[in-house]
Ligand binder design. Structure first.
Ligand code: FES
Length: 103
């Protein structure tokens, strides 16, 4: 499925990059910019980023389920990952609202 129409990136390509990043460090926090940087792409309109965040969370959960990490480790990490993305999402919304008001 095409996720990023600006760069023609599919969900399978994104999942593969996330898995490669997790193979390097399975406890790192992955953001859409890091995924796109690894693909030598960059966000243009960034409209796909919320979907990329969902794919990051889902792929990371599946990765750790396969890896047999302890439930405590997974719960703690996934909580931090979801909180991190939620804070970024809120900051993006606030930034867009401010720039909209300024215009
Ligand atoms: S849809 Fe991905 S950057 Fe525009």
């Amino acid at each position: 499925m095409l996720v990023c129409s600006c760069n023609y990136i599919t969900d399978q390509e994104i999942r593969q990059v996330i898995t490669d990043l997790l193979d390097q460090d399975c406890w790192q926090l992955i953001v859409p910019a890091k995924v796109y940087h690894a693909m030598e792409k960059r966000g243009r309109c960034c409209g796909c980023f919320p979907n990329v965040v969902d794919i990051i969370i889902q792929t990371t959960e599946e990765y750790h389920a396969r890896r047999h990490s302890t439930e405590d480790e997974i719960f703690d990490f996934m909580s931090r990952l979801k909180q991190f993305h939620e804070e970024n999402r809120r900051a993006d919304i606030e930034r867009r609202q401010k720039s909209h008001r300024a215009a």
